[in-house]
Design a protein around this ligand. Structure first.
Ligand code: GLC
Length: 582
């Protein structure tokens, strides 16, 4: 079921190397997402950190990824796991310091991997000096103009300025307490309201402010100058707002934008100006820097607008992530994605999971009768068959890595980790849990610290350089069921998901047909996705309920699960994918 041939004949390694050199790296990179808090803990306090990441860089290099993307590592009160940035030019002490971070970047480069950081331009932390200054300043002051402060509605301004709600639940406005008190309010009187599309500790900045624009230009340069190769842009479809901040009343679900560019706060046409400005900064470097947008547009054509030649390089393709594991839906998403990207000359990227969504093993373990929107509320309480989920997740990985363009692998996907669905309530930390009043458990189930080795928690997650025992527990508890799924358990086992990923990534590097470029569909029968790429490659994925015969004469390079030997024909079982040399 694993590699049956390691030396492709259609292309020599030298040819492949030459074609790689001609292709900008970001057009076909496989990027590994490091959720720093949960990747590896190098000082034993139970929280992942830069020391832990540095120690594991050789592991990532041997996995065969081209780049790593690190979730926010900046100083932060961690009200939203680091997406509440208090200082952009430093590293959160729990994670390390700037010197360690800079050394890590150089070490990753030394191992042949690029490094992408996360920039969060829609909002800052309420503990950022700018917001503190805004609170201490009067309404109408330049300090407040960097954020979105407005007077409330109602006679005494007691009602929020409009009806917008937070992505995490509840109103998107919090009323500030003015610094100056009066007799009735000695601690300060209730004052203006400020906008936060996420947590109350994440005030939105105002992108009409030149201060804001200049600050983010400078933040990008700060890290680019330290060797960082690019940025993932958080909520890239956010940032700009309608000047009048109109109510969203008419819009059924204001957080699913899907409009024509004039939604009050999402995917607005005027956000593109920001990215044209950023692209000029990226292009000013000798080895140009790159961007990947987190833009939930729900429409490949709208997504394509972010990828016009003078804007961003790539964007996450969430339509692929949320697609049900069904042949017509996946084929349709792939076709629409390819067409929209072709129209702007940008490479697609493919992604199955990240730190915000239910892990693919657990999504695919459910009945595939609806889109996989990703939030845990769509999955809890529905029967799950994790064996089926894993089989599909492995097949999906081979499909993803065979498609034209780049791909993102969320840490733990290469181990086939399921969602941790039974975290004790007292351990939950996601603001979604608190802001929804305990109605939604939030995203912690996909953020549990990785299992590296051993038979019980912390599964090698916390390791001190001097070998002493860890002093803290993993920040989210690891389930006993991680035993058997550790890196050490899977290392060298040809049936493991880790070795499947290693084989796929190594083949992907050696085969000229893979990475950037084009593909064609061929007829594989009902419920089968069969695609070819030149020279000489095919990927077949069986999403039907029956085994299907593989094309005669094709050599199996890699399979996501055991193949059946029929009467002389090799059969591809349900929920299985193969890579073939034609
Ligand atoms: C993005 C991040 C998510 C965060 C939100 C607010 O969607 O991926 O984790 O909560 O933005 O910054």
């Amino acid at each position: 079921m694993t590699l049956t041939a390691t030396t492709p004949t259609a292309t020599t390694g030298a040819q492949r190397a030459a074609s790689r050199l001609a292709t900008p790296w970001w057009r076909e990179a496989v990027v590994y997402q490091v959720y720093i808090r949960s990747f590896a803990d190098g000082d034993g306090d139970g929280t992942g950190d830069v020391t832990g990441l540095r120690a594991r860089l050789p592991h990532l290099a041997s996995l065969g990824v081209d780049a790593i993307w690190i979730n926010p590592w900046y100083p932060s009160p961690l009200a939203d796991s680091g997406y509440d940035v208090a200082d952009y030019r430093a590293v959160e002490p729990l994670f390390g310091d700037l010197e360690q971070a800079t050394a890590m970047i150089a070490e990753a480069h030394g191992l042949g991997m690029r490094v992408i950081l996360d920039v969060v331009p829609n909002h800052l932390s309420d503990e950022h000096v700018w917001f503190q200054a805004a609170l201490a300043s009067a309404p109408g002051s330049p300090e407040r103009a960097r954020f979105i402060f407005r007077d409330g509605r109602g006679e005494a301004g007691e009602l929020p300025p409009n009806d917008w709600t937070s992505h995490f639940g509840g109103p998107a406005w919090t009323r500030a307490v003015e610094a100056v008190g009066d007799d009735a309010h000695p601690a300060g009187q209730p004052g203006q309201w400020y906008l936060h599309l996420f947590n109350t500790k994440q005030p939105d900045v105002d992108w009409t402010s030149e201060d804001v624009r200049a600050e983010y230009d400078d933040v990008l340069r700060f890290w680019f100058d330290r060797g960082v190769d690019g940025f993932r842009i958080d909520v890239a479809h956010g940032l700009t707002k309608h000047a009048d901040l109109p109510d969203t009343g008419e819009i059924a679900n204001p957080h699913r934008p899907f409009g024509a560019g004039d939604h009050p706060f999402l995917d607005r046409d005027d956000v593109h100006e920001v990215y044209r400005r950023w692209r000029a900064i990226a292009d000013s470097y000798d080895d140009p820097k790159v961007f990947v947008a987190e833009a939930w547009t729900g429409d490949p054509v709208r997504l394509g607008l972010y990828l016009r030649p003078d804007e961003l390089h790539t964007a996450f393709n969430f339509d692929f992530l949320v697609s049900a594991w069904r042949e017509p839906e996946l084929r349709d998403v792939i076709d629409r994605t390819l067409a929209a990207h072709r129209a702007v000359g940008a490479p697609p990227t493919w992604v199955l999971s990240n730190h915000d969504v239910y892990r693919e093993v657990s999504r695919y373990a459910r009945e595939q009768d609806r889109p996989q929107l990703g939030g845990e509320e769509d999955f809890t309480g529905r029967p799950a068959d994790l064996e089926v989920g894993l089989r599909r997740a492995r097949a999906a990985a081979l499909l993803m890595l065979a498609l034209p363009g780049g791909a993102y692998v969320y840490q733990g996907a290469e181990l086939g980790l399921p969602e941790v669905e039974d975290l004790p309530e007292e351990s939950l930390q996601d603001p979604v849990w608190f802001q929804s009043g305990g109605q939604r458990r939030g995203r912690d189930g996909c953020r549990v610290p990785l299992p590296w080795s051993g038979a019980e928690a912390p599964f090698g997650f916390s390791e001190r350089p001097d070998g002493a025992a860890p002093t803290g527990q993993p920040w989210l508890p690891q389930p006993a069921s991680f035993a058997g799924l550790t890196v050490a358990d899977q290392d060298g086992d040809p049936t493991s998901t880790l070795e499947l990923y290693r084989s796929a990534l190594s083949l992907r590097r050696s085969l000229e047909a893979l990475g950037d470029g084009a593909m064609e569909w061929v007829d594989g029968g009902d419920g089968v996705l069969a695609l070819t790429r030149e020279p000489g490659f095919a990927c077949w994925v069986n999403l039907s309920t029956q085994p299907v015969a593989l094309p005669a004469g094709a050599e199996v390079l890699l399979a996501s699960g055991p193949l059946d030997d029929g009467d002389g024909d090799r059969l591809l079982p349900t929920d299985t994918a193969v890579w073939l040399r034609r």
